[in-house]
Design a protein around this ligand. Structure first.
Ligand code: AGV
Ligand code: CA
Length: 311
């Protein structure tokens, strides 16, 4: 089996950390490095949780790097607190040790190093803002040729999820945190697969999904999924701003199992300033991205749970 090089940059949310857990179970993925940006989480607990997940569910040798990037528009603290909760889960703290190596490099330099060092091309998986990638491209434009593509959870062409003063609500948070970074990446030649907000409409966190994980908690990995998502509000009657979808996990699953999603080309751009900052908007002369527009939820949840059973 040929292994796919994957470099993962995430921002410490519950589904970011679950994504790391899943990547570690994928047989055809060689995870070349992980970095953490303090957007939808706090830097220390999100980094520690990443190292502990690698220790517990991986082979403990994958390096983790901290980002020193800062965004324009900070995430709500109530969401960011989740990173402390995952870091404190007993299953991640049983050994009392943290062995996965912490890189000396800031995330964007770590990314440059790992892409340059890899044999062949690397797929970049980003489940938070694109700041570290934008900085890496500015410092080392040569890496573009060694990037297979970027798979990103970000953006929307429908209703946004930013509800903040001075904003019109058209943006998705990962773009809004650093709109200029997204625009910088849009201006590159890198191929982009986009999992936008609406791409995940068929995969909300529901009580039924929870019951399934609970019923199979005899598997350590499935128990871990249930515990991670225990702090997140599910979709019961109608959606609200804190309803959880499996945003990043669908994005990650599409790397391991491309057949789970359907994609179409959309030409688009990013609005980087003003009341619509962070909005991704379809325009005929925009750059092409491959937008995920449909998925098979049952196969997706089967895949996720099967990976967890292997852990
Ligand atoms: O906008 C989706 C992104 C994903 O990368 N994040 C959460 C996922 O990690 C921000 C976000 C939107 N709504 C949220 C978010 C919520 N209700 N709680 C926490 N984060
Ligand atoms: Ca995220």
């Amino acid at each position: 089996m040929t292994l796919k090089n994957v470099y993962f940059n995430h921002d410490g949310g519950v589904d970011d950390l679950v994504s790391l857990f899943m990547l570690l179970q994928m047989e055809d993925v060689r995870l070349t490095g992980v970095s953490v940006i303090p957007a939808d989480g706090y830097l220390e607990p999100a980094t520690d949780a990443s190292r502990k997940i690698i220790d517990r569910f991986g082979d403990g040798t994958i390096e983790v790097a901290k980002s020193n990037s800062r965004g324009k528009n900070p995430f709500p603290a109530a969401w960011r607190i989740h990173s402390f909760y995952v870091d404190a889960l007993p299953i991640l703290n049983e050994s009392g040790r943290m062995e996965a190596p912490l890189s000396e490099l800031p995330a964007h330099r770590h990314l440059i190093e790992k892409v340059r060092e890899a044999e062949g091309k690397t797929l970049l998986l980003f489940t938070g803002p694109l700041t570290d990638l934008a900085r890496a491209l500015d410092e080392a434009p040569d890496i573009e040729d060694k990037i297979e593509k970027l798979v990103w959870m970000g953006g929307t062409f429908e209703k946004g999820n930013v509800e903040e003063p001075e904003h019109d609500g058209t943006a998705e948070w990962n773009v809004y945190w650093d709109p200029e970074a997204a625009l910088r990446v849009w201006q590159s030649g890198i191929e982009i697969d986009l999992v936008a907000l609406e791409s995940t409409n068929k995969v909300p966190l529901t009580p039924a999904v929870r019951r399934r994980w609970a019923s199979e908690r005899r598997y350590e990995g499935v128990d871990f999924l249930g515990n991670c998502y225990a702090g997140c509000p599910p979709l019961v009657y109608s959606e609200n701003n804190s309803t959880y979808y499996l945003w990043d996990v669908l994005t990650t699953a599409s790397v391991g199992r491309p057949d789970l999603v359907r994609k179409k080309t959309v030409n688009c751009t990013v609005i980087s300033a003003g009341p619509s900052q962070g909005r991704t908007v379809a325009v005929s002369d925009g750059r092409p991205v491959q937008l995920v527009y449909d998925t098979e939820p049952e196969s997706f949840f089967d895949y996720m749970t099967d990976l967890a059973k292997k852990a």
